[in-house]
Design a protein around this ligand. Structure first.
Ligand code: SF4
Ligand code: SF4
Length: 375
């Protein structure tokens, strides 16, 4: 006779899911339609029905350390066909947010950044820091003459602040991902069919093509928006490194700010900024349009989209207003833009952008554990 298993439901966790956007959870009557219609679920132990049961039973450990919640691409096919309106796509999105919170290093940062009510507090940190730096170094006024942003916020201060933010965010992100990896792999009893690095390389190639997004039907438009945002960030990262190299080149090769609009670096920066705006707007419009079924986005999703949109808009305005020569607006706009740049960099490990690393590891794990699908 099989041994009886005692299940210890965490009722507080069920309440947390419900209060974080998974209020439809209790409607699920486990018909499994969602699992049948999902195009990215593996045949062996498929999702999302089992996750709906785990969530109803409050099995926190089984959910938050479950790589399958990261194989879901939030395409909403399951939500569209669920006969009970239980919105499994939304419930899995809440799980991913909770998983980031659970694995975040340090833990309190996960709670602050994944909680939209704390967004203003998160922005207040760079606001106070920038004001303090500018005030203490005598740069709080609007500089005279041509608009050159480094006259207002000297590059050496920007470097110290932003390089520190990149290093701290990098350490936190790697620590969070390492904790996540340990959690998902520690319970595995199955022998791996391939090694970590071959699985990781396959996953990264898929990632560059966003091929899994192509399997979504109800929300197929998400692929284009995501691809644009992904390549926009890659372009902006390249231009940031490029401009730093310009700054450190010896004379006469060194280039001073503002860089000419004809410079290839500026071309790449402007194209990336346009791609960021277009991609974010596509994601927002795609979410807003009526798809003929009830679904919902969490405030976590909207906060992230809003921050990225504000990053792109303030970046574009910073350049346009500088070209118009209106210094009284250009410098404050630059200041505001830097707040959003700081937000995206410093809080990356706890924001929706953190999905990249979690999802990459979960897909690589599914390939190693032979639970992959053909894409
Ligand atoms: S979420 Fe909907 S489709 Fe999935 S098992 Fe529950 S009731 Fe069925
Ligand atoms: S949202 Fe899409 S990918 Fe996620 S479980 Fe539902 S059908 Fe599958």
């Amino acid at each position: 006779m099989a041994e009886a298993k005692v299940i210890n439901p965490d009722l507080d966790f069920v309440k947390e899911i419900i209060n974080s956007g998974g209020e439809s959870l209790k409607k699920c009557f486990q018909c499994s339609t969602c699992t049948v219609v999902c195009n990215v679920t593996p045949e062996d132990r498929p999702f999302p029905r089992k996750e709906m049961i785990y969530a109803q039973w409050g099995l926190k450990d089984k959910l938050l350390n479950n790589p399958d919640i990261w194989l879901c691409h939030n395409c909403d096919d399951c939500t569209k066909y669920c006969p009970r309106g239980a919105k499994p796509g939304d419930v899995l999105a809440v799980m991913r947010k909770k998983s980031i919170e659970e694995n975040a290093v340090p833990g309190f940062m996960g709670k602050i950044v994944t909680e939209p009510k704390m967004t203003l507090a998160a922005l207040a940190i760079p606001f106070i820091l920038f004001l303090a730096v500018l005030g203490l170094t005598g740069h709080l006024g609007i500089p005279d003459g041509d608009i050159v942003y480094s006259k207002f916020f000297p590059i050496r201060y920007i470097e110290v602040i932003f390089i520190s933010a990149v290093i701290l965010a990098g350490i936190s992100y790697l620590s969070s991902l390492s904790r996540f990896w340990n959690n998902i792999s520690k319970g595995s009893s199955q022998p791996y069919s391939k090694g970590f690095f071959p699985a990781l390389i396959e996953t990264l190639v898929e990632f560059l093509k966003h091929s899994r997004f192509g399997k979504c039907e109800a929300n197929a438009g998400r692929k284009n928006g995501h691809l644009l945002v992904f390549y926009a960030f890659a372009g902006l990262a390249i231009t940031t490194i490029w401009i730093t190299i310009y700054y450190y080149l010896p004379e006469p090769y060194k280039k001073h700010s503002p860089i000419s609009l004809a410079d290839p670096m500026k071309w790449l920066a402007n194209i990336s900024a346009l791609a960021l705006l277009a991609g974010t707007l596509l994601i927002v419009f795609n979410r807003l349009k009526n798809k003929g079924y009830e679904y919902r986005n969490s405030s976590f999703d909207w906060t992230f989209a809003g921050m990225i949109l504000l990053l792109g808009v303030t970046g574009a305005l910073t350049e346009i207003i500088r070209l118009m020569g209106v210094s009284s607006i250009a410098y404050p706009m630059y200041f505001v833009h830097l707040l959003f740049v700081f937000y995206v960099i410093a809080y990356f490990p706890y924001s929706k952008l953190a999905h990249m690393g979690y999802r990459t590891l979960a897909i690589a794990y599914s390939k190693m554990a032979n639970r992959d699908i053909a894409v």
